[in-house]
Design a binder for this molecule. Structure first.
Ligand SMILES: NC(=O)c1ccc[n+]([C@@H]2O[C@H](COP(=O)([O-])OP(=O)(O)OC[C@H]3O[C@@H](n4cnc5c(N)ncnc54)[C@H](O)[C@@H]3O)[C@@H](O)[C@H]2O)c1
Length: 330
């Protein structure tokens, strides 16, 4: 039996990726209970994992001896699950977005503090080897003071309105594409910019997925307190043009650029280096990091603090788009 016992809350699509991580790190962490509101899903996941199945996560929290929960629910349910888990004294891994509004953010922060638990945001793209290498070079001052960060996460999404479910409605998704897939390039931007976000604005579009309530594409500008300006493009409507960077960072001494796999540094001095990095399963790395953080009592890469900073950027971006202004990050 692994030292850390986890209760999985929500056994849908993304749970499969997390389960790969638990299998890989079975010596440290394992799912011993699962809760899903759909009886068939709960039973199937329970059988797959050899875990006790529940249809009500409150009952799971009350009945099971757990160290942590892993929240893989639709967006509008994150806040309540975080608060319930923190009140039960369980550590938390939570899928993105952490929650949806400023009021929910206050509840999350208060509950995590009062519960004295560790919350890790499931920001899996931080575990891309190219991101880790870029962060290492930035921290070492390779390109000096950073001026600009650009991130892109766009793909041609063939969502079918009949099966899109909770993602089609702003009430349950919290917005549109930006607060869903667009959440990834936002936390990546925060990670690479190395400051706190101050103000943001956005242009939102619906190019193709007209059945969605929210936007299917977004372009966001963000200013950070250390002077960095970030530019982010994200879409479900279209594939980015060839050679569009996954992320890039420009500073006083040169730049870093990545397609998501390799990373190239190019300095004004003329020196250039390309790092070809071993691809990994970012979800497996994420679960390993969660286990190590809990076992070692160390701070996860992104806690609720970064999760709420990302939410702040997105709420300001939506506000900026609505009011056609640059909105402060609250
Ligand atoms: N990191 C990534 O790349 C990535 C990719 C996909 C999804 N996600 C995130 O994962 C989360 C879940 O997305 P998904 O694609 O797995 O969604 P999904 O709809 O496939 O799964 C959600 C599950 O939650 C269950 N559920 C709904 N209400 C419940 C309740 N009250 N109690 C217990 N279970 C309940 C549903 O029955 C379903 O099985 C979202 O936050 C999403 O943004 C992240």
């Amino acid at each position: 039996m692994a030292p850390l016992k986890v209760g999985l809350i929500g056994g849908g699509g993304i749970a499969s990726a997390h389960i790969r991580g638990y299998r890989e790190h079975a010596d440290k962490i394992g799912v011993t209970a699962v809760a899903d509101a759909r009886q068939e899903t709960a039973a199937a996941r329970g059988e797959e994992l050899g875990a006790t199945a529940y249809t009500d996560y409150a009952e799971m929290l009350a009945s099971e001896e757990l160290d942590a929960v892993d929240i893989c629910l639709p967006h509008h349910l994150h806040r309540d699950a975080i608060v319930a888990a923190a009140q039960a004294g369980k550590h938390i891994l939570c899928e993105k977005p952490l929650c949806l509004t400023a009021e929910e953010a206050a509840d999350v922060r208060a509950a995590v503090r009062a519960g004295g638990v560790t919350l890790m945001c499931a920001h899996n793209q931080l575990f891309m080897p190219a991101v880790a290498k870029a962060k290492e070079l930035l921290d070492a001052g390779t390109i000096g003071t950073v001026y600009e960060v650009r991130t892109t996460d766009s793909f041609y999404n063939d969502f079918d309105p009949a099966t899109m479910g909770w993602r089609a409605s702003s009430r349950t998704s919290g917005g549109g594409e930006l607060i869903d897939t667009g959440y990834h390039p936002t936390y990546l931007m925060l990670h690479l910019a190395g400051g706190l976000p101050v103000e943001a604005t956005a242009m939102l579009s619906t190019h193709r997925l007209k059945f969605m309530e929210g936007e299917d594409s977004a372009q966001v500008l963000i200013r950070f307190d250390n002077g960095v300006v970030g530019q982010l493009v994200t879409s479900w409507a279209y594939q980015p043009a060839p050679n569009t960077e996954r992320f890039s960072v420009v500073g006083e001494l040169g730049s870093l650029r990545s397609d998501g796999n390799s990373l190239t540094s190019r300095l004004r001095s003329g020196a250039s280096e390309t790092f070809d990095l071993e691809p990994n399963d970012t979800f497996v790395a994420e679960i390993g990091h969660f286990a190590d953080s809990l076992l070692g009592g160390t701070r996860p890469l992104h806690t609720e603090e970064e999760g709420l900073a990302v939410l702040g950027i997105l709420l300001a971006a939506y506000e900026g788009a609505r009011s056609k202004t640059i909105a402060p990050i609250r």
